[in-house]
Design a protein around this ligand. Structure first.
Ligand code: WTA
Length: 651
C-alpha cells in the first residue's frame, strides 16, 4: 500500500469540507442530483443520451451487450473519432477557434485552430495511407510533446489504424517490446526532443529498437531539434514528416468505424515484467472521454483548458486530445517540464493564456509546495476557476496548498480517480455540486457502480477494502492485446463478474471514497505506474546481480520511491560506483522514470519456506516500520541484517 499506516490514519481524520460557491454552482453544467437519479433509474439511458450528443454516421441498435467479461457498447453504431474531434466543429463558429495551443520548452508557441488542425490531420491521414497503412494496422508513435503527436493520433483515428503511443522517456528496449507486442507496421518518431534544455535522441533510440522489430516497414521522422541531433535515415524505410506532407491532398474521408473497432492500444505496467497492451475501442471510449471532460471539468465554450500530462500516458490521450477536442474546447499542450527554464513556468503559462481549468498531478503540486508559494504569487492566476488532480492519492496538505495558493480559495478541486484500463474518469466530484473533502476522490461519476469490498467480495459500507466496479461502463478496456488469459486473470478472476481495480480504498460514513494505493506489485512513482518485476528484471540483467526484490516506499514528493534489495554475485564487491551503475542500468533498460531511488545490497533475500520473496517484509524494512509476522521465514536473520543495514544507511 502506498502509505504508511500513520499517514492513512491522518488522512481518515480529515474533517474539512468545501462546497462550491453559489456563483460557480449557478453557472455549472450540473447543479443538482438529477443525473445521479437518472443513472439509478436507467444507466444505459444515461450513456445513450451522452452518445446522442456526438456525431454518428449510423445509430446503434443496442446500447449494451454484457457477457462477462466482454462488454459491447452501442452495437451497430458507426462513427469516427477524428470526425467528432474535428469535422463537426469546422461547420460551426468554432472553425477558427484555437483547438490546440502548443507551448514549447523555449516559450515559443503554435496555435492550431480547428480548421488548421483538421487540415493537418487530413494530410497526415493521407500520408499514412500512402505508406500502405490500412484500417486495423497498428502504428506506434514515439514522440515528444509536439503538435505532430496530436496530429498523428487523430490521423490514425481517421483511417482506423489503432495507435500505440510510447512515452518519449522510455528506453529503446521498452519501445522495442511494445512494437513487437502489437506488430506495428509504421513508427512515427522525431530526430529528438527537448527535456530541460537537453536533447533526448529519440531517433537514435528508435534505431536501436528497430534492430529487432521486423514488422515495421516505414519510419516517419519529425524534425524537431534540427541540427542539434544528427540522424541517420535508412533509405527506403525512414522518411521525413515535412517532406511527406509537402504534396499530400488536404482531404481524407474518415473511415466509418464500428463502435467496437479498436481505437488504440496503450501499454501499462502490470504485476509481471511484461507490460499490458490495454485495448480501447471507438464508440464507448469516445462517449466516456467526451461526457467526463464536459461534466467533470464543467467545460464551457469560452474556457481555456490545460492538462499538464504527457500524451504518452492515458491522461494525455483522454484529457488533452480526445475529450477536450470532442467538446470543441481550447486545449493547451505544453512540451516541457514544470521547472524549466525556471520554477514559475506553469504559472507563467496560466497567466499568459488566461487558463481557466488546470489539471495536474499531486507529485507536481508537492514539488510546487516545496519550492514555495512565493513563485505562483508572482503571477496573475485569477483566470483559474477549476482545478483537477489525477494519478495518485493527493494528501490533504497538498490539496490545501493547491486550493489556497493556486486556486485562490475559490476554485473547486476535482480529484479524479481512474486508470489506463478505465479509459475515462470513474470517481470524481462534479464541481458545481459535490461537497469536497481534501484527500478523497469523493463519489462515483453518474452511471458508475464503484464499490469497496472485503476479501470475500462483500460490500464494506464503512471501512477499508478493495476498490471494484460492479457493472460495465462505455470506456472500459476491451482486453489486453493478444493476451485473453491475462485479461481474465487480472481483472475478472478475483471476484467473478466484477472489475478488480488493483487499488485499496476506504469508504467513509458519507459514502466518500479515499483511495489508499495499489494492492498489487505495481508502484506509483510520481504518478507513473511501474511494476516491481520490470525493475527487478532490469537489475538481474546486469552481470553483477544475482537476484533482486523491488518494493515501493512512501516518498514526500513522488508518492512512492523505488527501493531495490539486491544480491550481488559472490565475486563482486559492492561500491558506490556499482550502485550508480546499477541505477543507470535500470534507467537505460526501462527509462529514467524507473531508476531506483535506493539500492540496498544484501547477501540474501528473505524468503518463505516455499522460496517466495517476502515483499511485505521488505516493504516494512524500506519504510522503517515495525516488522510483521516472520515465522514463515526460512532464515529470519536475513531480515535483521537487512534492517540494520538500511537503518545505518538512513542514519
Ligand atoms: C492511481 C492514471 C488516487 C491508482 C489516470 C490507479 C489514483 C492508478 C488517482 C492508475 C486518484 C489514479 N487518487 N489514486 N485520483 N488516479 N490513481 O493507469 O492507483 O496511469 O490504479 O492511470 O493510479 O494509473 P494509470
Amino acid at each position: 500500500m502506498a502509505k504508511t499506516e500513520k499517514a492513512i490514519e491522518a488522512l481518515l481524520k480529515e474533517g474539512r469540507t468545501f462546497s462550491p460557491s453559489k456563483k460557480f454552482r449557478d453557472n455549472a453544467h450540473v447543479q443538482d442530483e438529477a443525473l445521479y437519479r437518472k443513472a439509478k433509474r436507467n444507466r444505459e439511458k444515461l450513456w445513450e443520451d451522452f452518445a446522442k450528443e456526438l456525431d454518428w454516421f449510423k445509430k446503434w441498435r443496442k446500447v449494451l451487450t454484457w457477457k462477462v467479461p466482454d462488454a459491447k457498447w452501442f452495437t451497430g453504431g458507426k462513427l469516427n473519432v477524428s470526425y467528432n474531434c474535428l469535422d463537426r466543429h469546422i461547420e460551426t463558429a468554432r472553425k477558427n477557434k484555437a483547438a490546440i495551443i502548443w507551448v514549447g520548452e523555449f516559450g515559443e508557441s503554435i496555435t492550431l485552430t480547428y480548421w488548421e488542425l483538421y487540415r493537418e490531420v487530413n494530410k497526415f491521414a493521407n500520408v499514412l495511407k500512402n505508406l500502405g497503412v490500412k484500417k486495423g494496422d497498428r502504428v506506434t508513435i514515439y514522440l515528444p510533446m509536439i503538435p505532430e503527436l496530436a496530429i498523428a493520433m487523430l490521423a490514425c483515428a481517421r483511417i482506423g489504424a489503432p495507435h500505440s503511443i510510447v512515452f518519449g522517456g522510455f528506453s529503446p528496449d521498452s519501445l522495442r517490446d511494445r512494437i513487437r507486442d502489437c506488430k506495428a507496421k509504421v513508427l512515427i518518431t522525431s530526430d529528438g526532443g527537448y527535456r530541460r534544455g537537453k536533447v533526448i535522441p529519440l531517433k537514435k533510440n528508435a534505431d536501436e529498437a528497430l534492430k529487432k522489430t521486423p514488422s515495421i516497414k516505414k519510419v516517419v521522422v519529425v524534425n524537431r531539434v534540427g541540427d542539434k541531433e544528427k540522424v541517420r535515415m535508412k533509405r527506403g524505410r525512414d522518411l521525413w514528416w515535412h517532406k511527406l506532407m509537402e504534396d499530400t491532398s488536404p482531404y481524407c474521408a474518415p473511415e466509418r468505424m464500428d463502435s467496437e473497432d479498436m481505437l488504440f492500444i496503450l501499454y501499462t505496467s502490470g504485476t509481471t515484467g511484461k507490460p499490458k497492451g490495454i485495448v480501447h475501442t471507438t464508440g464507448g471510449y469516445m462517449v466516456g472521454a467526451y461526457a467526463t471532460t464536459k461534466l467533470v471539468f464543467d467545460l464551457k465554450e469560452e474556457d481555456t483548458y490545460w492538462c499538464t500530462a504527457d500524451i504518452g500516458w492515458v491522461t494525455g490521450h483522454s484529457y488533452i486530445v480526445y475529450g477536450p477536442l470532442a467538446n470543441g474546447a481550447t486545449s493547451i499542450m505544453y512540451e516541457g517540464a514544470p521547472d524549466y527554464p525556471d520554477i514559475g513556468r506553469f504559472w507563467a503559462i496560466v497567466e499568459k493564456y488566461a487558463v481557466n481549468i488546470f489539471y495536474t498531478a499531486p507529485t507536481a503540486i508537492r514539488a510546487f509546495m516545496k519550492w514555495g508559494e512565493e513563485h505562483p504569487k508572482k503571477y496573475d492566476l485569477s483566470s483559474l476557476r477549476l482545478l483537477g488532480s489525477v494519478g495518485e492519492p493527493i494528501n490533504p496538505e497538498a490539496w490545501m496548498w493547491y486550493h489556497t495558493h493556486i486556486g485562490g480559495k475559490k476554485c473547486p478541486i476535482v480529484d479524479t480517480w481512474w486508470q489506463t484500463e478505465t479509459g475515462s474518469i470513474l470517481i470524481t466530484a462534479l464541481p458545481g455540486l459535490t461537497k469536497l473533502k481534501p484527500g478523497s476522490t469523493t463519489i462515483p461519476f453518474p452511471g458508475i457502480e464503484a464499490d469497496v469490498v472485503d476479501e470475500a467480495g462483500k460490500s464494506v459500507k464503512v471501512g477499508a477494502g478493495y476498490l471494484v466496479i460492479n457493472s460495465p461502463w462505455p470506456s472500459m478496456l476491451r482486453g489486453i492485446y493478444g493476451d485473453r488469459r491475462r485479461y481474465v486473470d487480472t481483472y475478472w478472476s478475483k471476484y467473478p463478474g466484477i472489475y478488480f481495480t488493483g487499488d485499496g480504498a476506504k469508504r467513509d460514513k458519507d459514502g466518500y471514497i479515499w483511495v489508499l494505493g495499489r494492492v498489487d506489485d505495481v508502484m506509483n512513482v510520481a504518478g507513473h505506474r511501474i511494476s516491481t518485476m520490470e525493475v527487478e528484471s532490469a537489475l538481474v540483467d546486469h552481470p553483477a546481480v544475482v537476484e533482486s526484490a523491488v518494493v515501493g516506499k512512501s516518498h514526500d514528493l513522488k508518492g512512492q520511491a523505488i527501493v531495490a534489495f539486491t544480491t550481488l554475485k559472490r565475486d563482486v564487491k559492492s561500491s558506490p560506483k556499482l550502485l550508480e551503475e546499477l541505477r543507470a542500468h535500470v534507467a537505460k533498460k526501462i527509462g529514467a522514470i524507473a531508476r531506483p531511488d535506493e539500492i540496498i545490497f544484501t547477501a540474501d533475500l528473505p524468503k518463505t519456506r516455499s522460496g517466495k520473496i517476502m515483499r511485505r517484509l521488505l516493504r516494512n524494512i524500506a519504510e522503517g516500520a515495525v516488522l510483521g509476522d516472520t515465522t514463515t521465514l526460512a532464515d529470519p536473520s536475513v531480515v535483521n541484517q537487512l534492517r540494520e543495514q538500511h537503518e545505518h544507511k538512513e542514519g
